[in-house]
Design a protein. Structure first.
Length: 290
């Protein structure tokens, strides 16, 4: 099964999607399952994980309803929950949402927060409750936030965590020494997986080439290995710089030299294991070697 581990749906409104600035005008419209289905089919993608794009319970509810309506395409949802805001009331909310078999994980847009947010006691107390309910955490940060993210991950050694977009390095040439060092250190934590996604929009002016991006794939593969690296499209955000099939072809070219088992893992098997997509159970992925 080939799985897109990171894509989005939305009904566009300027107020709700103010992060889509003028330079991204091409994606200022609705993007729904009917838009993605033919692209996924052309790429041979048989399942996707839809990730939140708004920090709203209403959007989480809407995404879960989409998954119920399109179960062949949407196998999992990474939603948003008000982890820091509810105090002890978070238990009731987590129990309610974890009961939905398609909710696989939670994400907060940490790239928009100060580093101190990752050390916030209320936020961490809520995050600590995810694993016992069969939920993972999607870690959306910028490269400069990797040191704070390391401390955050170390507070939650039993929680499966998916690093989004290889921590969003600014791509202007070869990988920086700082990003490489911190990425490798994060990868030493066996519960952390990494999504190879979102790179085309980290290139200034979106003037990307396969030769420019290939060293970043090689670095992520070297750090996480073929058993903890996941293909994701970041569709429709990717469309400001690359079509769905363009990105898919690039990733297929990156994995082409690997063994069949390694290619299968990166293009779907790892996502199925991390997000528990083989069925609707809430069993958690095991760390490599366990």
């Amino acid at each position: 099964m080939k799985i897109d581990a990171h894509q989005h749906f939305w009904r566009y409104s300027p107020a709700d999607h103010d992060w889509i600035d003028e330079s991204m005008a091409a994606i200022r419209r609705d993007f729904l399952p009917a838009d993605l289905a033919p692209l996924a089919d052309a790429a041979g993608v048989t399942a996707t994980v839809a990730v939140q794009s708004r920090q709203s319970l209403a959007e989480t509810d809407w995404l879960l309803a989409l998954a119920d309506a399109h179960p062949q395409l949407i196998h999992g949802i990474v939603g948003w929950l008000p982890l820091r805001e509810l105090g002890q009331g978070i238990d009731f909310l987590l129990d309610r949402y974890a009961a939905h078999p398609r909710l696989k994980g939670v994400r907060h847009v940490l790239q928009g927060e100060a580093d101190a947010y990752m050390a916030d006691p209320a936020f961490n107390a809520a995050v600590a409750r995810l694993a016992s309910r069969g939920l993972s955490y999607d870690l959306l940060i910028l490269a400069r936030q990797l040191p704070a993210a390391l401390a955050f991950v170390d507070r939650h050694p039993g929680l499966p965590i998916a690093l989004n977009h290889i921590a969003k390095p600014v791509i202007q040439g070869p990988p920086s020494a700082d990003w490489l060092r911190h990425l490798r250190e994060l990868a030493r934590r066996g519960q952390v997986y990494c999504k190879f996604s979102g790179l085309v929009t980290e290139v200034p002016g979106w003037r990307w080439t396969p030769a420019l991006l290939r060293p970043y794939f090689d670095a992520a593969l070297d750090a996480f290995g073929p058993r903890r690296l996941m293909f994701g499209s970041d569709w429709p955000v990717c469309q400001v710089a690359a079509g769905y099939l363009d990105w898919h072809r690039f990733v297929e070219a990156c994995v082409a030299p690997l063994s069949t088992d390694e290619r299968t893992a990166i293009l779907g098997g790892n996502a199925a294991r991390f997000y528990r997509l083989s069925d609707t159970s809430n069993s958690m992925p095991s760390a490599p070697g366990s």
